[in-house]
Design a binder for this molecule. Structure first.
Ligand code: FAD
Ligand code: MLT
Ligand code: ZN
Length: 470
């Protein structure tokens, strides 16, 4: 349980009674929308990484905004704490209870409300699964302006709530730029309508932005409007081997210059990470063993240009001795295989043992130094130390594994790693959020004034702190 490992500050909240359960059954008018069976609740109480487990006594599955509003209003009157839950793929323990919060799942709020094919906008409920949205939009030649390896399970509401980054941010930017409208239910049940499908709206404060990346601390997202991107006609992917990190940086800056608007992803992984993927998942690395690997995706309107540009790009890099070797995948099976090497890193690390996960932003000039530094600091205390991530966004994932959870190792890593990041004005959470696990390290990336302003907003929207605290 979370309370065994973490210092849980449970507020003075009420505990759900049978009378409360009866009320929820009444308003949701379906037995299957109110789950109280202890066995069934284990999954909803446990996070994806299996490091946080709470004891939420009931899981609610409303279908619409009105039901969410009634639940929140009732819970406000009864002083019950609530945690919103999407696809439960979050990596910082945010989407599950840490004590006995009521779990409000968006899994049945999964309707697409409108796809406007002329303006290229989507309006939907928050529980739509990313992969299902991608499949549905495909025939109309649209894609969502973001994508991530958790697409098979994560919800669009969860994606907004965490301001998910993912593998295409280098091209389409963050959700703060592409979300057009949000409807949210506040902690007291008020429905805050910030829905719009217009790209431009400068009528005062842009309140919807508060819900993008606030991880369910201010309210529950119940509707989303988002600007879609055109599906590229052509896509090619290169996997490149590099001798050192300087060359990785050169590959990135050359890709921006040479591939220009065709560059749609720039990811990297080090040799440790590649060896975990090869050994634990039995995937095949198609290039010769190297210290680093870079995955470059090019996509756009011309199939002919896409492949030629990528091949020319590789040739120039080989000629100038920046890279050792690279391969280009241009059919869908090969492309999927190359992407699997990168997208299944997390799964490979999970097979290696207990994983201490860090998701940081750092300036590229010192980007990988932190991994080398941690290797010399931790020595044989750790089983594997690997770096990978979205180098195109300056976002590094550092995974440190050991046989089982080890307090001493944790103490050797933290707060050292956060101090390191603070020194270079990086971010202690580039894309996964603060959740329950990382929120205590906010001060390494937020000034006192900024944090106090956040607390003021929290106080305004959730004065009883019945949703996750910040
Ligand atoms: P959950 O895990 O259910 O919830 C996440 C947080 O949002 C919680 O705090 C929860 O309370 C809150 N929340 C959920 N729904 C709502 C709502 N409707 N209203 C208000 N709050 C809500 N993340 C990235 O950024 N980039 C990646 O590339 C990436 N790749 C991943 C790959 C894998 C294999 C996995 C397992 C995870 C990955 N993640 C990545 C992390 C995770 O997928 C994202 O954070 C995702 O956006 C979470 O969505 P979810 O629906 O699973 O949300
Ligand atoms: C990724 O980039 O693969 C995800 O953010 C998940 C992870 O941290 O491994
Ligand atoms: Zn990531």
């Amino acid at each position: 349980l979370a309370s065994n490992r973490y210092d849980i500050q449970r507020g003075n909240f009420a505990k759900a009674t049978q009378q409360d359960i009866n009320y929820f059954k009444d308003i949701l008018s379906s037995q299957s929308a109110v789950i109280t069976d202890a066995e069934e609740l284990i999954g909803s109480n446990t996070d994806w990484l299996r490091v946080v487990r709470g004891s939420g006594p009931v899981l609610l599955k409303p279908e619409n905004t009105e039901q969410v509003s009634k639940i929140m209003q009732y819970c406000n009157n009864r002083n019950l704490a609530v945690v919103p839950q999407g696809g439960k793929t979050g990596l910082v323990g945010g989407g599950v209870p840490v004590f006995d919060e009521i779990i409000l799942s968006t899994s049945r709020m999964n309707n697409v409300i409108d796809v406007d094919k002329i303006s290229g906008t989507l309006v939907c409920q928050p529980g739509c699964i990313l992969q299902e949205l991608e499949d549905r939009l495909d025939s109309d030649n649209f894609i969502l302006p973001y994508d991530l390896g958790a697409r098979g399970s994560c919800h669009i509401g969860g994606n907004l709530s965490t301001n998910a980054g993912g593998i295409r941010l280098v091209r389409y930017g963050s959700l703060h730029g592409s979300v057009l409208g949000v409807e949210a239910v506040l902690a007291d049940g008020t429905v805050l309508d910030c829905m719009s499908t217009c790209r431009k709206d400068n009528t005062g404060y842009d309140l919807k932005q508060l819900f993008i990346g606030s991880e369910g601390t201010l309210g529950i997202i119940t509707k989303v409007a988002i600007a879609l991107a055109q599906k590229p006609r052509a896509q090619c992917v290169a996997l490149i081997g590099c001798n050192n990190f300087e060359n990785v940086k050169q590959v990135f800056s050359s890709a921006r210059k040479d591939l220009c608007e065709y560059l749609s992803a720039c990811e990297f992984m080090d040799s440790k990470i590649m060896s975990l993927v090869e050994n634990h998942l039995k995937l095949t690395n198609p290039v010769q063993t190297s210290s680093f690997y870079v995955l470059i995706e090019a996509s756009g309107s011309s199939e002919q240009y896409c492949k030629t540009a990528l091949l020319d790009f590789l040739e120039t890099l080989i000629e100038s001795k920046v890279i050792k070797e690279g391969i280009v995948a241009d059919n869908s099976v090969q492309i999927k295989d190359v992407w699997a090497l990168r997208e299944r890193v997390l799964e490979a690390c999970q097979h290696d043992g207990y994983v201490f996960k860090y998701d940081v932003s750092l300036p590229l000039r010192v980007f990988y130094n932190i991994v080398d530094d941690l290797r010399s600091r931790l020595g044989s205390q750790a089983k594997s130390i690997g770096g990978y991530g979205h180098i195109g966004d300056g976002n590094l994932h550092i995974n440190i594994t050991c046989e089982e959870y080890n307090k001493q190792l944790e103490k050797a890593i933290e707060p050292y790693i956060f101090e390191w990041i603070g020194k270079y004005k990086g971010s202690v959470s580039a894309e996964h959020g603060m959740g329950f696990i990382k929120r205590k390290y906010m001060n390494y990336s937020k000034s006192e004034a900024a944090y106090n302003t956040m607390k003021g907003i929290k106080q305004l929207l959730d004065p009883k702190r019945r949703m996750m605290d910040i």
